[in-house]
Design a protein around this ligand. Sequence first.
Ligand SMILES: Cc1cc2nc3c(=O)[nH]c(=O)nc-3n(C[C@H](O)[C@H](O)[C@H](O)COP(=O)(O)OP(=O)(O)OC[C@H]3O[C@@H](n4cnc5c(N)ncnc54)[C@H](O)[C@@H]3O)c2cc1C
Length: 309
Amino acid sequence: MEKVVIIGSGCAGWTAALYTARANLRPLVLTGKQPGGLLTTTTIVENYPGFPEGVDGYELMTRFQKQAERFGARARFGEVQNVDLKEDPFLLTVDGETVQAETIIIASGAGHRHLGLESEHKLENKGVTYCATCDGALPLFRNQPLVVVGGGDSACEEAMYLTRFGSVVHLVHRRDTLRASKIMAERALSHQKIKPVWDSAVTEILDVGQDKVTGVRVKNLKTDTETVLPCAGVFVAIGHIPNTQIFRGMIDMDEAGYIIPKRGTATNVPGVFVAGDCADRVYRQAVTAAGLGCAAAIDAERYLAARNE
Ligand SMILES: Cc1cc2nc3c(=O)[nH]c(=O)nc-3n(C[C@H](O)[C@H](O)[C@H](O)COP(=O)(O)OP(=O)(O)OC[C@H]3O[C@@H](n4cnc5c(N)ncnc54)[C@H](O)[C@@H]3O)c2cc1C
C-alpha cells in the first residue's frame, strides 16, 4: 500500500512529491497522459522565480522531477481511470491495475478550451497562446496589434493586461454584449486600447504558410461577412476545463469542475488533498501551482502523522 499517491506530474504534483519525499513518505506520482504537465508545452517561461534568463518549460519540469526523485519520489506513467474513495485504503484504477493509497493528492490540472481550428493548432506557441500573464510580455507582442477571443471575465482580464504591451487589443466576441461581470466589462470597454469586435467568431488564424501569426479571419455571425484583422498574437480566453471528471460525485467541486478545498488543501474526503490548477480558477500559474503542491504535501504528511499516532 502506498502512503501518498499523487495524481498528476505538473508543477503541483512534483512539488507535492518533493515535500512528501523529503518527509520519507516515498510518494508515487502518476504522470497521466502529459508527463510534466502543461508547462512542457511552452518553450520559454520568464516568470518562474530563480531563472533570471528564463527557462525552457520542458527543462524546468525535468528539474522538478529530478529534484523529487533524488529524495525517493517514484514516477509511474499511467492515467487514473477510476477512484474509490469509500474504501480504506483508497483504491485507484491505473490503466486497469489497482493501486491502494492511504492518502491522495489530486494535482490533475486544467486544460484550456480551444477554438478547434487547424490553424490555431499549427500556430500554437508561434503567436497563438492561452495565457496573457504567461506570454503577454514576450518581445513578439510588443507594440503590435493583438486579438483576444472571448467575452467573460478572463477575456476582459487578458485584454486589460495586454494593453500594457500591444498597440491595440481587439476583443472578439460572439455576442453583442460581454458575459463578464459588469465592473470588468465596463473597465475593459472604457479602455482606449481595447476595441470590441461584436457578434463575431474567428474562423482562421493567419498565416500557417509563414509559420507565424499575422492576423485572424473574422466572421460576423449576423451578416456572414468575413474580414481580416491584422495582428501579431491571438490570446484564446474561452474557458478552462479542470481534469476532475473522475472525482465527480465524490469530491466537492463547483459548476465548472474546479475542486473546492475545505480547509487548506483538504477536500471533503479526509485523506484526499488537492493542489494546483484543478482547484484554482483565478491564478493558474506555475508558481502558484507549485506553492499549492507544497501546502498539500504538508497537509497530507500531518494527516498521516495524526492517523498513525
Ligand atoms: C502554453 C502554456 C504556457 C504557459 N506558460 C506559463 C508561464 O510562462 N508561466 C506560468 O507561471 N505559467 C504558465 N502556464 C500555466 C502553467 O503551465 C500552469 O499553471 C501549471 O502547469 C499548472 O500546474 P498543475 O500541476 O496544476 O497542472 P498541469 O501542469 O496541468 O499538470 C496536470 C497533470 O495531471 C495529469 N493528469 C490529468 N489527469 C490525470 C489522470 N486522470 N491520471 C493521472 N494524471 C492525470 C497530467 O498528465 C499532468 O501531468 C502556461 C500554460 C500553457 C498551456
